[in-house]
Design a protein around this ligand. Sequence first.
Ligand SMILES: [Zn+2]
Length: 423
Amino acid sequence: MQKLIIFLILLVSQLSAQVKFDEHFLPKTLRVDYAHSGNKSEDFYFFKALKEEPYWGGSKVNLIDKFEYGKYLLEVFESASQKLIYSRTFSTLFSEWQTTKEAEKINKSFDESVVMPFPKNKVQIVISSRNRDHSLTPKFRLDIDPKNYFIDRGLKTIYDTIVILNSGDYSKKVDIVIIPDGYTSGQMIKFEKDARRFADYIFNSSPYKENKNNFNVRAVKAPSLERGTDIPAEGQYPNTLLNTTFYTFDEERYLMTEDFNKVRDIAANVPYDQIYILVNSNKYGGGAIYNHYSVCTSDDRYGEYVFVHELGHGFAFLADEYFTSSTAYIDFYPLNIEPLEPNITTLVDFESKWKHLVTEGTPIPTPTESKYKNVTGAFEGGGYVAKGVYRPKMDCSMNSISVDNYCPVCSEAIVKMIQFYSE
Ligand SMILES: [Zn+2]
């Protein structure tokens, strides 16, 4: 009986802990723009501006993040009650830059922003950075009065938008927005064709195809003055809307942008959860960062693979499972700590990863032999590291250039994230 009462008390307190959207929020977005600066070992936040975006594309049910993912955590507390009413994990380009050689020598600053549903009452936001052992240290606090007249309400939704896939209410779906870079106003028909083709690519792959009715896909017809994208090593610097560039961190195929708040301005023309930048180029490349943005090129022959692979990073915090690469990162995954990414392990805490998907009798680590080709195990090499980091399957779309080939561990992580957005 006592156990039952304790159980009921726990149940009631859990239910009351759930945040009711309409009590705390209006159905639009509040954005906080800031500079994130530092070097290899330090980071600092500098507040820039508050902006209102017209839609809230996120869940109205799952307001508190369930995943221990990403390099950062945003928390929003209602000031009067100190109650946590919203949280989200994410990573940024700055967090990757911190692992480059350059970060050992200079300080650098990146434009970043966080979004939350628009609060009805005064709130305090806290952004915490993860330490190497994954613990969180609060680095930035800001008190926000939603009635403050300095919240910039001038963000205009001025571009034509396209609905590519409409599965219903955007608060119960994963909303992907595809935004163009390097398409001129005369190339908007090409952009629309490209965006539709790439949206179809997503649903050629499991587990997206089985969950297609949990997705909406929209595109924003935002032209650039000139076509293409920056290729610094070839002296090419066209004037494009989002200022994307190859050779990010001096990696030829790493195609990203540092103008993140411009990216948000364009994405905000529609409700969105995930931002995908489609770059008008036939060069191989792309990139993606968890809950930040993803990038792919329009006319490279591996476009389908790159598009879906990068979405794995941006949407579900999947790690790269390859390790034979000239990546610029140093000690990306310390070997004495279990990485947070769901699809790699150092075997420090394999229980917390995909042990439940491994058939009894499978050796761990699993030898890279042909008889284990279709087996889920723990194969050495992954996350840019050849020794001491393990991946779930010999091959996966997060490893080689292969389409519709996510391993069971990656698939499970993607499905969990789809459910989080669509509950
Ligand atoms: Zn995988």
